[in-house]
Ligand binder design. Structure first.
Ligand code: AMP
Length: 289
């Protein structure tokens, strides 16, 4: 695996791969790699000839009070993990390399879902959109792998590709979880032992929402209420949101909460096909909904 620090070298390396007829897979990350990231790299290795993992803790997507300074960093460990997963390149630009000056141009995205991350972290998704656009501009035509866990981020990236005609195919990958259901996240490293024991309540809340929908509940606020009640069983959590959003062919359930100084998010989809035929609604749906 080649470790690349400059934009120029990374661009030339991936151009070289394509010139040799090889397809490129890109896995953008902020490092502190875990098995969730590894699943993205492995999928990319299966589907592409040359895979590049990128590690960049992007200041534009952190608000001043957030965890930019303490975000876990372990370049050496990350190098071994990325290489073992089959990555051929590891792009690790410095902040100066990515942002040699205060950016004149940034990417802003319209709010796609009311509430949720856009409301809880104003500016966050714009910061993500800016860095992902830069990474795509540097990497060139490729398949890019993103996790379902950060569902709004995934939707933003899909939107960028369409709206800005970027030569990238976005591939969504399922969330990798610990055996107790907690979605793997670099931020889990912040949790104390007691917090780690409490953390799976987020997945339990999503699962309770799913059971409720599968039993025939049709009212999103009722499903959200069930999820909120489950999170409330862990008083150490401060809830940002627990929301059920019906969509085409599936519902999507979202939860975000703070445990001490750590903010965790999670989401699952509930395919409508999973709702048994003839399921009896748990409560009447008011006319007009
Ligand atoms: P991050 O380093 O947290 O910015 O994540 C980099 C990429 O890995 C993003 O596309 C995330 O959605 C994805 N990712 C993070 N955690 C997981 C997980 N537990 N399972 C699958 N993908 C994940």
């Amino acid at each position: 695996m080649e470790v690349v620090e400059t934009v120029d070298r990374f661009r030339r390396a991936l151009d070289g791969e394509r010139c040799s007829g090889r397809t490129v897979g890109l896995v953008p990350t902020m490092g502190a790699l875990h098995d969730g990231h590894v699943s993205l790299v492995r999928r990319a290795v299966q589907e592409c000839d040359a895979v590049a993992t990128t590690i960049f803790v992007n200041p534009l997507q952190f608000a001043p009070h957030e965890d930019l300074d303490r975000y876990p960093r372990d370049l050496e460990g990350d190098g071994s993990i990325a290489e073992a997963a089959g990555s051929e390149y590891l792009f690790v630009p410095s902040q100066r390399e990515m942002y040699p000056r205060e950016p004149l141009a940034r990417v802003t995205v319209a709010v796609m879902e009311d509430g949720l991350e856009a409301a809880s972290r104003p500016g966050h998704l714009d910061g993500v959109a800016t860095v992902v656009t830069k990474l795509f501009a540097i990497a060139g035509p490729c398949r890019a792998y993103f996790g379902e866990k950060d569902h709004e981020q995934l939707e933003v990236v899909r939107g960028l590709v369409v709206d800005l005609s970027l030569p990238v195919e976005v591939i969504a990958c399922p969330t990798v979880r610990a055996p107790d259901g907690l979605a793997l996240s670099s931020r889990n490293a912040y949790l104390t032992d007691a917090e780690r024991r409490a953390a799976p309540v987020l997945f339990r809340a999503l699962s309770a929402g799913k059971v409720c929908i599968e039993a025939g509940e049709l009212d999103p606020s009722a499903v959200s209420g069930v999820m909120r009640d489950v999170v409330a069983t862990e008083p150490s959590f401060r809830l940002d949101y627990a929301e059920a959003r019906p969509g085409d062919g599936e519902w999507r359930l979202f939860v975000a909460a703070r445990l001490g100084t750590t903010r965790l998010i999670d989401t699952i989809a509930v395919p409508l096909g999973a709702v048994p035929l003839g399921a009896v609604p748990l409560r009447a749906v008011p006319v007009g909904r």
